[in-house]
Design a protein around this ligand. Structure first.
Ligand SMILES: Nc1nc2c([nH]c(=O)n2[C@@H]2O[C@H](COP(=O)(O)OP(=O)(O)OP(=O)(O)O)[C@@H](O)[C@H]2O)c(=O)[nH]1
Ligand SMILES: [Mg+2]
Length: 129
């Protein structure tokens, strides 16, 4: 089954906001860009705004589509729709108890992400160097 996911790369100056996936989640104990599954027939950008409000408590006001990555984890096939989020009201937090961090983009290589994120992390690193 293919799962469609909306993901936000929340940016502020040279930093990006990341969260640690809980151990009981798929790809647990790895860092992620916040986001979540699209509801049936829900557009990805609508899911993005909803998920970042639910998970991080921010109201997204400015975003731009970045890239879609399809990945097969074996146990799950995902289509991740990544957006760069450059405007939001409020300060992002871990509303579901997840550990969160603002990290400098140039330090992203020090964090372990799910395999599907590797292309995105490399894109961000290249753009920051
Ligand atoms: N949010 C998010 N999910 C990712 C990333 N990379 C990645 O492979 N995924 C995968 O995308 C899928 C859906 O994401 P999710 O678990 O956040 O979905 P959700 O917020 O709706 O969670 P829920 O199932 O608890 O309601 C998971 O299988 C997860 O492993 C990422 O950077 N951010
Ligand atoms: Mg989520």
């Amino acid at each position: 089954m293919l799962v469609k996911v909306a993901v936000g790369i929340i940016l502020r100056d040279s930093a990006v906001f990341i969260a640690l996936r809980q151990s009981n989640q798929h790809q647990g104990n790895l860092w992620e860009f916040p986001g979540g599954k699209c509801e049936p027939s829900e557009p990805a950008d609508v899911a993005l705004v909803r998920e970042l409000k639910e998970e991080c408590g921010i109201m997204v006001t400015e975003y731009a589509y970045f890239k879609t990555i399809a990945h097969d984890y074996g146990d799950k096939q995902v289509e991740l729709c990544f957006y760069k989020v450059t405007g939001f009201d409020g300060d992002p937090v871990g509303k579901e108890g997840q550990e969160v961090r603002w990290v400098d983009i140039s330090d992203l290589a020090s964090y372990d992400f799910p395999d599907a994120n590797k292309v995105i992390v490399n894109d961000l690193l290249k753009a920051s160097s």
